[in-house]
Design a binder for this molecule. Sequence first.
Ligand code: HEM
Length: 268
Amino acid sequence: MTKWLSWGVTATLLIATLSGIIISYPYHEEHPLISTVGIETVVPFGDFFRALHYFSGQLTLLLLWMHTVEALIKRRAQSRPWWSWSILILSLPAILFILFTGYVIRDDETGFSAGRIAEHLALSIPWVGKYMNHLFFLVSQDGVHRPWLIHVYLTGLVLGGTGLWHFRLRLLSLLDLGCWATICTALSLVWPASLVAPQETTLVKGPWFFLGVQELLRYLPPFWAGIAYPSLPVVCLFGYYWRPRLATLSLLLWALSYGIFLLMGACR
Ligand code: HEM
């Protein structure tokens, strides 16, 4: 199971990166929405590669999440050096951020609003918010330029940190890559990647994993709903190395509460 999940994460991450490189040729960050629509409608096989990129990205997140849960259940943290555990934990928010910036740079209704909300959340961080916004978003002044750079650079960082680690362990074979490529291809042939036209809806929903935060923003100030609360699982996962019981309980409570907010957000 462990190897199967590790292979899955590395393979889908590779497929997401390769398909990302393919769709980056017709993509121009100065005209993000026009580019995305062009990839979907004009570029030969563009809709297929867009869907391949989309589904391999979603699968990377899903498998990485399962990989982490499995490591928790099998109490693998204590048997690993702390830096190896830290790489696993840090790769979760990193992949989430790559996915999130992916939605932002497609610049449709979902991505546009996600970018604006993220900018608002970054600015809510005390003292350093302005700098964080300049570093990661600044979408209201500079379009998707910064999210685009983060999307690509962070991919390189994650591939370097986790992918190479798995290659070193010889955890990825061509057969595994082939299996995951087949699964991603099948998904892409059956379902298209979503694209929400501007003004199509009155209630704009962000990426699916962000819906819980969007819901929480109705009840809590931006910093608590969008920064402090979503950071809790990362803190707990680090804490798991020293206080496994307390960390597991906190993680379960967090997952339960986020699941409820996510459902509430999805049902709106
Ligand atoms: C060098 C690496 C990468 C490049 C050049 C790249 C390029 C792109 C481009 C041009 C778009 C916008 C066009 C579109 O939405 O169709 C995009 C969107 C996206 N990217 Fe990437 N990407 C890379 C890596 C990744 C990785 C590693 C992931 C996930 C693990 C990912 C997940 C996404 C997602 C979820 C979207 C939104 C897709 C959609 O809904 O259309 N990307 N990427």
